[in-house]
Structures are given as structure tokens and as C-alpha cells.
Design a binder for this molecule. Structure first.
Ligand SMILES: C[S@@+](CC[C@H](N)C(=O)[O-])C[C@H]1O[C@@H](n2cnc3c(N)ncnc32)[C@H](O)[C@@H]1O
Length: 278
């Protein structure tokens, strides 16, 4: 019998908090002397945190069959077997609820040209492509050629797949090239290497790549809670944030004081910052 493919591990602040509360609850199960009201509070905190994301899923319009198939394909892939380049894992996929948010942003902003930085297997690119009007285009940047090829196979199976143009290579190079070519985008979704975000944002705002009044969406700006709670423990047991956590904390602080944008950090999934170019 083949090994069952493990499901995604928690990668959002609330998912991580729920898993920790579950662990504490299990650890206290056989401990004598814990007051009943403490056990009841713990159980309620675990239920609130653990139930939130399934509730959001259930309260969101269903995804298309092509997006569901892409998710299945991503889950079934053996990511541990890949070598070289960026470490890829199924948890990178943005998924149903965030995809639905991006689709609403595309539709309500009436975007026709969308840029994605960090495509992975293509969930968010395809979600946004489905929301575009006739003649609209998503340009999706991805560093890893193999994962880009997998995404292209999924796009080919979707009616909206033809609206996606994939650019393989380091995103900063691609962005410079697109800017030099005079390309302009109404909406840009950044979801690649977290330490690169500040440079992407500067390039998008310093060139004409992001349209006047264009919308910028930055993923993982809560970075699993690290910007305010630190990391899960360093070598000396210190609560150290990772390089990604520090980069996101710096970016959030810089953006909050940046007169080029008006922004809000939406605590959906691992955090999505929405910023309008002003
Ligand atoms: C979190 S995943 C993107 C998830 C995707 N947006 C989705 O919704 O499923 C990040 C992706 O960015 C890519 N990436 C990392 N560094 C990059 C770079 N410098 N240029 C382009 N892509 C990069 C990784 O290979 C990975 O596929």
C-alpha cells in the first residue's frame, strides 16, 4: 500500500495557535488538579481558533473544478523528492478562501492586467485569470522551471488558462524587463521570497509597473505570527524570528509609514496586505 500523502501542516497564525492549544490540552489531559474552569476555557479557546479556518472555507463561494483539481495535483506531488533551487512544499498554495478574495479584488477593481510575483503551482494565478474580463491577462513570475511546467499543465486543463503568461526566472529581473518594456498592471499580487518583498514593492512603485491608483496585494504579511510573537525558538531556546519574519516585520513597519500607499493588513490566512497606490 502506498504511504498516504500527509495533509498540509498549519502555516497561519490562527492555525498554529489552534495546534498549540490542542497540544496543551492533550498534555494536561492526565494532569491532576487542573481546575475545571481552566480546562473549559482551554477547550473553548481551542475550538474558536481551530474552527475559524474551516468556517471561513464553508462561508466562501465554492472554487471552480479546475482550481479544485490543481489543489489535488499539488497535494499529490512528492515535494520532498525535489532537489536544488527554492524549497517547495504543498503549504505554499494559497487556496480556496484567499483565491476567492483575489477574484473579488480583480472583479471589483475592474482589473484587466494582473501581475503575480511567485506562482508556484498556479492556484492564485488561475483564480485571478478566472475573474478577468475577455482580453484580460495575468503575467505570472516563477523562479522554478519545473513547478512552472506543472502549473502550465494545470492551466491547459482550464478554460481561463489561456489568459496566463508565465515568466520563468528571478522575479526582480523579470519585473525590470517588464518595466523597461512599458508594461503596466492594474493589480499586482506578491507571493514569492519574503526577503525580496521590499525590493519588489520599490520597483513596482518607482517604475510605472503598478498603474496610478493600482492595487497591490502582498501575501504572508503576518508570517505565522513572527513579526509580533517571534519565532518558535532559537538554538538557546530564545524566541527568535526567522530571516523571513524579520523581513516581513521591517516591511510592515516601512509600509505603514510610506506616503506612496494607503494600506490595510487583512488577517486572512497568513495575512494579506492590500495597498492602493496614491
Ligand atoms: C508561496 S509560493 C506562491 C504560491 C502561489 N501564489 C499560490 O497561490 O499557490 C512562492 C513561490 O515563489 C517562488 N519564488 C521564490 N523566489 C522567487 C524569485 N526570486 N523569483 C520568482 N519566484 C520566486 C517559489 O519558487 C514559489 O513557487
Amino acid at each position: 500500500m502506498p504511504e498516504p500523502v500527509p495533509g498540509p501542516r498549519p502555516v497561519t497564525p490562527v492555525g498554529i495557535a489552534a495546534a498549540l492549544l490542542e497540544r496543551v490540552e492533550a498534555g494536561l489531559a492526565d494532569v491532576a488538579g487542573v481546575p475545571d474552569d481552566v480546562r473549559a476555557d482551554l477547550a473553548r479557546a481551542r475550538a474558536i481558533a481551530g474552527g475559524l479556518e474551516p468556517y471561513l472555507e464553508a462561508s466562501t463561494s465554492p472554487e471552480s473544478p479546475a482550481l479544485a483539481a490543481l489543489t489535488e495535483r499539488t497535494r499529490a506531488e512528492d515535494w520532498s523528492g525535489r532537489s536544488g533551487g527554492v524549497r517547495l512544499e504543498q503549504e505554499m498554495l494559497s487556496g480556496h478562501v484567499e483565491g476567492a478574495l483575489l477574484q473579488l479584488l480583480v472583479r471589483t477593481s475592474r482589473a484587466r492586467r494582473v501581475l503575480e510575483v511567485g506562482m508556484f503551482t498556479g492556484y492564485s494565478a488561475l483564480a485571478m485569470a478566472e475573474a478577468l474580463p475577455e482580453g484580460g491577462e495575468v503575467v505570472a513570475c516563477e523562479l522554478d522551471a519545473a513547478v512552472a511546467a506543472l502549473a502550465a499543465e494545470c492551466f491547459a486543463a482550464s478554460p481561463a488558462g489561456g489568459r496566463i503568461r508565465v515568466e520563468v526566472g528571478p522575479a526582480l529581473d523579470t519585473l525590470r524587463r517588464l518595466a523597461d518594456a512599458g508594461e503596466v498592471f492594474d493589480l499586482v499580487f506578491v507571493d514569492a521570497d519574503k526577503t525580496g518583498y521590499a525590493a519588489y514593492v520599490d520597483l513596482l512603485l518607482d517604475t510605472g509597473l503598478l498603474a496610478e491608483d493600482g492595487l497591490l496585494a502582498l501575501d504572508n504579511t503576518l508570517l505565522q505570527g513572527e513579526p509580533w510573537a517571534g519565532g518558535p525558538g532559537g538554538p538557546d531556546g530564545e524566541e527568535q524570528a526567522s530571516a523571513n519574519g524579520r523581513a516581513v516585520a521591517d516591511l510592515n513597519a516601512a509600509l505603514a509609514a510610506d506616503p506612496r500607499v494607503q494600506q490595510v493588513l487583512v488577517p486572512l490566512r497568513d495575512g494579506v496586505t492590500l495597498a492602493r497606490r496614491v
